[in-house]
Design a protein around this ligand. Structure first.
Ligand SMILES: [Zn+2]
Length: 216
């Protein structure tokens, strides 16, 4: 399981680790979408909360998670989790689901808040296709998307004060989770600063070091 602030490069690194270990990258977003599409009972409950824009309660998240991890023997073949668990209640449920060992490892991908703030504040996104740019690597022509010709803008929720609030929420939410994994001796911290290749190398080294090679 990978923990990291928004803008820490977690999505990119999860994709790379998924390729390296040849296991699925399961993000909470992807998991929720798949469950909604399947029309399952858990999916219908999920739909109710998401439509209302409410926080999805632990028991619903846990249902969806259990469903996803037991499908196709995923939990035996291995996986990378991204965005779940979010609370210690979810962490405990996951532990039970994966008993007797529980989760192999929780990796805290660490990037200082100032750096993340700078990265996110520099981010620009195509309104039409979602392509990512930044003030340091803009599209070739005047904020017109290279890919689709759409307008490239700063997203409303990438404004500095919004980001700062989101990062504070993240800290509050994650602190107990980090403490929980530390207590269970399952936490490893990895420096997330530097080129993506270098960070991937550190992650693989940390994971293999803790899990003794092939397993992930
Ligand atoms: Zn575009």
């Amino acid at each position: 399981m990978i923990l990291g602030k928004q803008g820490a490069g977690k999505g990119t690194q999860c994709m790379r680790l998924s390729r390296h270990y040849v296991v699925p990258h399961i993000s909470s977003g992807e998991m929720f979408r798949a469950e909604l599409k399947s029309g399952s009972e858990a999916g219908q409950r999920l739909n109710k909360f998401m439509k209302a824009g409410e926080l999805v309660p632990d028991d619903v998240v846990i249902d969806v998670m259990a469903h996803r991890l037991t499908a196709d023997g995923t939990k035996d073949k291995g996986f990378i989790l991204d965005g779940f668990p979010r609370t210690t209640t979810q962490a405990e449920a996951l532990f039970d689901l994966l008993a007797p060992e529980g989760l192999d490892l929780a990796v805290d991908l660490q990037v200082p808040t100032e750096v993340v703030l700078r990265r996110l504040a520099a981010r620009r996104v195509c309104q039409d296709c979602g392509a990512n740019y930044s003030v340091d690597s803009p599209p070739a022509v005047d904020w017109i998307c290279d890919r689709c010709g759409g307008e490239v803008v700063q997203r409303e929720d990438d404004r500095e004060e919004v980001i700062a609030r989101r990062l504070r929420l993240y800290e509050q939410e994650t602190e107990p989770l980090v403490a929980w994994y530390l207590r269970h001796d399952k936490l490893v911290a990895v420096d997330g600063l530097g080129p993506p290749d270098v960070v991937t190398g550190r992650l693989v080294q940390a994971i293999d070091g803790r899990l003794g090679g092939a397993a992930a």
